[in-house]
Design a protein around this ligand. Structure first.
Ligand SMILES: Cc1cc2nc3c(=O)[nH]c(=O)nc-3n(C[C@H](O)[C@H](O)[C@H](O)COP(=O)(O)OP(=O)(O)OC[C@H]3O[C@@H](n4cnc5c(N)ncnc54)[C@H](O)[C@@H]3O)c2cc1C
Length: 292
């Protein structure tokens, strides 16, 4: 099912983002997670594309398996890193053959060891070019793009970043999924600004439930999302207690999701980190039950 139809068929969708595990144990644990979360009938499950272009084949392999085993729509992430335009066309052709109807179209980050993203010869320089290429060659493919309520770390200012988001949307994206954030105020301000520049596609908030303080500090240091001081203080108070961190993080995410739903968001994209416990707790508290 394509992203447009998914969004049309339900006024509110949850989606779950996973990443390709590094080994067989990771695969087994991922599929346990998916068996727990698939009954909540997510609008789709998305699978990331390795930074620096690694694990490209795994993304498609996992998408195909998820679709086959859980009969749930999937979205394969794709970045421009290290690929020519033709490489990208070939990959999407394979994705299509594997039954993938949705692509999260991304520029990607610099590969390990490089300072900044570099477009390869005959490659694409930004996500808007990837969106345009997909629309040109695969017109009915569902397309998601990334959005940054707290600004992309490389962007010189929020207005320029927004201008480039609009460019991706004008190139043909169906919905935008945000970078993880912990300040609903930032998201709601961003949503207003999107509306002001004429962005009308769904802007879906990305929520990462905190389950480990050290891990979230590493992640936010890379992606630039801000941990509000009150939340950081609560997490610091339980820094030697993993279960305590889980409780603080998940309680925070429940409140965050509740408020976002009250503000009428079209869905929530969960960065599940291949684990189900936090998402299950949150969904339960939000009154979203598994369908048996
Ligand atoms: C929902 C989501 C999923 C993600 N999944 C993955 C994944 O699977 N794999 C992965 O490696 N990374 C992933 N990322 C991270 C993403 O690759 C990085 O944030 C990356 O740095 C930017 O990608 P983008 O598609 O937003 O790029 P772009 O939209 O191209 O933006 C990148 C930067 O360039 C600027 N810019 C945009 N267009 C132009 C233009 N035409 N001219 C000049 N400047 C421009 C923007 O303001 C921004 O600063 C994901 C991020 C999100 C939010």
């Amino acid at each position: 099912m394509s992203l447009k139809s998914i969004l049309k068929s339900n006024p509110f969708n949850i989606s779950i983002e996973i990443f390709p595990p590094k080994n067989a144990d990771g695969d087994a644990s991922l599929f346990e997670t998916l068996s727990q979360l698939a009954p909540y009938k997510p609008g789709f499950i998305s699978c990331t594309y390795g930074a620096g272009g690694s694990t490209q084949a795994r993304t498609l392999e996992l998408c195909q398996r998820i679709q086959d085993e859980y009969n749930t729509p999937v979205m394969a992430h794709l970045t421009c890193v290290g690929s020519t335009r033709q490489d990208l066309i070939d990959w999407i052709t394979k994705a299509r053959a594997a039954g993938v109807n949705n692509i999260m179209a991304l520029r990607g980050d610099a590969p390990k060891g490089s300072e900044s993203f570099q477009k390869v010869e005959n490659g694409l320089g930004n996500a808007n070019e990837l969106v345009a290429m997909i629309r040109e060659h695969f017109s009915d493919m569902g397309i998601g793009v990334a959005a940054y309520p707290e600004k992309h770390p490389e962007a010189t200012c929020a207005d320029t970043d927004l201008k480039y988001l609009k460019q991706k949307i004008d190139a043909g994206a169906d919905a935008a999924f945000t970078q993880l954030f912990f300040s609903n105020e930032s998201f709601l301000r961003f949503r207003d600004r999107c509306e002001q520049v004429g962005i009308t596609i769904p802007i879906v908030p990305g929520i990462m439930p905190i389950t480990e303080f050290a891990r979230i500090k590493r992640i936010t240091a890379m992606c630039g999302s801000v941990i509000p001081i009150e939340l950081a203080t609560k997490l610091e108070a339980v820094q030697d207690d993993l279960q305590g961190q889980f409780e603080v993080g998940v309680t925070y995410a429940i409140d965050q999701c509740r408020e976002l739903m009250e503000a009428g968001v079209p869905g929530i994209h969960f960065y599940a980190l291949n684990k189900s416990h936090a998402c299950e707790r949150i969904l339960g508290e939000l009154g979203i039950a598994p369908v048996v």
